[in-house]
Structures are given as structure tokens and as C-alpha cells.
Design a protein around this ligand. Structure first.
Ligand code: CAA
Length: 260
């Protein structure tokens, strides 16, 4: 098998990545970081893949965080280097031209909640649970997770999650807007397929441009992000997909987007 820590399959315009360390509840070790980054680089240029689904192997866990066993003997330099590789991976995920859908069936803790937040859409089973337990280890979600959660759900809720370190149910994550769709465990796969197939039907050009703008809005000031928005919007109007999308509406048919 090509990957030590991942499974990958693709079909029907959807690429599905499974983090495959069920014995460690899919904890993120350095091999997962490296393999995910390499696989994502390949998928980024694969025109057959319009949506990426990310999940964890087994029933019990999406991802139970960074691999704590790797951390025991780490010093400050190791920690900073590790943090940079995590941050680069999460940036890479956000900057993928294709949307990423996290399909969350169990624990999404620490780096597990963070990797889910680096996806564009999060679908969770009601049996899933979330949290940043790092404070209990004498650290905090220092791979970009503190800053990101603050931006995604606002400072009051983010601060309580980081400081208290408690585990909370998917229902609470849904109320906070961390989870976009909440379904019974037996519906998770169907709902993930449903969302993936909806996204796969949209224009890859508009999707890529839209993600660029949303990333800019997360990272830049208001005026700079709006300049990026207007450029990206203009580029959509250069695309065949925009002609197809607007014509299909007028002609009362389903658009067939080619990604050009
Ligand atoms: N790293 C490494 N191994 C982990 C792990 C992790 N984050 N989480 C679970 N495991 C391993 C356990 O060590 C155990 O392996 P062994 O059988 O070899 O001991 C196996 O997975 C099963 O785990 P448990 O026996 O603990 O399962 P449980 O059902 O009793 O508990 C749990 C599940 C509540 C998720 C518990 O495993 C747990 O608290 N895990 C740690 C969660 C955590 O603290 N995550 C944050 C990590 S730090 C981080 O993420 C930093 C960052 O991003 C910056």
C-alpha cells in the first residue's frame, strides 16, 4: 500500500481520504501530516476530483488530536517545527481548489477538531464529540487552533473551549456553528455523500474563486479582502462555466459545468 497512515479512493468526482490509525484513534503523527500534504498536492491538480471528503477509520473516532506519544520527548524547537508543519497543512487544506468536507463520526479533539475546522464543511454524527483538551496536557492548541477557532466562532465561545478543555457533544458544536449538519450516526454516510454530490455539481471555477475570497476574508483586513473579492468575481465572468450556469437558468435546465 502506498500510504502508511491514509486510505484514498476516488470516483464520481469525489476523493475520499481516510486517516487510518484506528488503534491510536486516528491521532495525527508526523507521518499523517506528511502523507496528507503529499496526497493533497496530487489531488489539487486532478480535474476528476471536485470534492474531497475527510474521515477517520473505525466507528469510535474522527481524530483524537495530535499524537501525544510523539510529544513526550519533544523540546521547544521540535514543538515549533511540528506546529509549523501542522499550520502549513491546514493552510494547504483551506487553499485547495476543491472544497473539503469533514465527515465526523466520533472524537474530534485537539488537532482533530482543528483539522475538521480546516475543512470547508463539517458534517457530524450526533454521537461525535468535540473539544480542545490540550490545556490538560500543559499546552494549548498551538498549531493555529487557538487563533482559528476565535475567528470561526467568535471570542467568547472560543475562549471557554480553549480554557476549560472540556469535551462537548456534537449538538453543542452544531449550536456554535462549528458543525454545519448534524445527523444520526446511521445517516452520516448518506448525508456526507449528499453534500459531496451537491458540491461536485457546482462550477470548479466559481468554487476555487469563492474559496480564495473566503480565505482572504479570514486572513486579511476588510478593504484588502474586498479587492480580492472583486478580482475573483471578475474572473468568474471570464469562465465558460459562468455562461453555462446563467444560460442553464434561463433555459430551465441543469447546468453542466466543465471547470473552465
Ligand atoms: N495521541 C496518541 N495516542 C492516542 C491519542 C492521542 N491524541 N488519543 C488516543 N490515543 C491512543 C491511546 O493511547 C490508546 O492507545 P494504547 O491502547 O496503545 O494505550 C488508544 O488510542 C485508545 O485510547 P483510549 O484507551 O484512551 O480510549 P478511550 O475510549 O478510553 O478514551 C479519549 C478516548 C477520551 C479520546 C482518550 O483517548 C483521550 O483523551 N485522548 C487524548 C485526547 C487529547 O488530549 N487530544 C489532544 C492532543 S494534543 C493536540 O491535539 C495538540 C495540538 O493540536 C496543538
Amino acid at each position: 500500500m502506498r500510504w502508511e497512515t491514509l486510505l484514498y479512493e476516488s470516483g464520481d468526482r469525489v476523493g475520499t481520504i481516510t486517516i487510518n490509525r484506528p488503534d491510536a484513534l486516528n491521532a495525527l503523527n508526523l507521518t499523517v501530516f506528511a502523507e496528507l500534504s503529499e496526497l493533497l498536492s496530487e489531488i489539487a491538480t486532478d480535474p476528476e476530483v471536485r470534492v474531497i471528503v475527510l474521515k477517520g477509520a473505525g466507528e469510535k473516532s474522527f481524530v483524537a488530536g495530535a499524537d501525544i506519544k510523539e510529544m513526550v520527548d519533544m523540546d521547544r524547537q521540535d514543538a515549533e517545527a511540528r506546529s509549523w508543519s501542522g499550520m502549513r497543512l491546514y493552510d494547504q487544506m483551506r487553499r485547495m481548489p476543491q472544497p473539503l468536507v469533514a465527515s465526523i463520526q466520533g472524537y474530534a479533539l485537539g488537532g482533530g477538531m482543528l483539522i475538521a475546522m480546516a475543512c470547508d464543511i463539517r458534517i457530524a454524527s450526533t454521537a461525535a464529540s468535540f473539544g480542545y483538551p490540550e490545556i490538560k496536557l500543559g499546552i494549548f492548541p498551538g498549531t493555529g487552533g487557538t487563533v482559528l477557532i476565535d475567528r470561526l466562532i467568535g471570542p467568547a465561545a472560543a475562549r471557554a473551549i480553549c480554557l476549560l478543555g472540556d469535551r462537548f457533544p456534537a449538538e453543542r458544536a452544531y449550536q456554535l456553528g462549528l458543525v454545519n449538519r448534524l445527523v444520526e450516526p446511521e445517516r452520516l454516510k448518506a448525508e456526507t455523500d449528499n453534500v459531496a454530490s451537491t458540491l461536485a455539481g457546482y462550477s470548479p471555477v466559481a468554487m476555487r474563486e469563492l474559496k480564495n475570497v473566503l480565505n482572504a476574508s479570514l486572513e486579511l483586513d476588510f478593504a484588502s479582502a474586498r479587492e480580492i473579492e472583486i478580482d475573483a468575481y471578475g474572473r468568474c465572468f471570464d469562465s465558460e462555466d459562468r455562461v453555462e450556469g446563467t444560460s442553464a437558468f434561463v433555459e430551465k435546465r441543469t447546468p453542466d459545468f466543465k471547470g473552465r
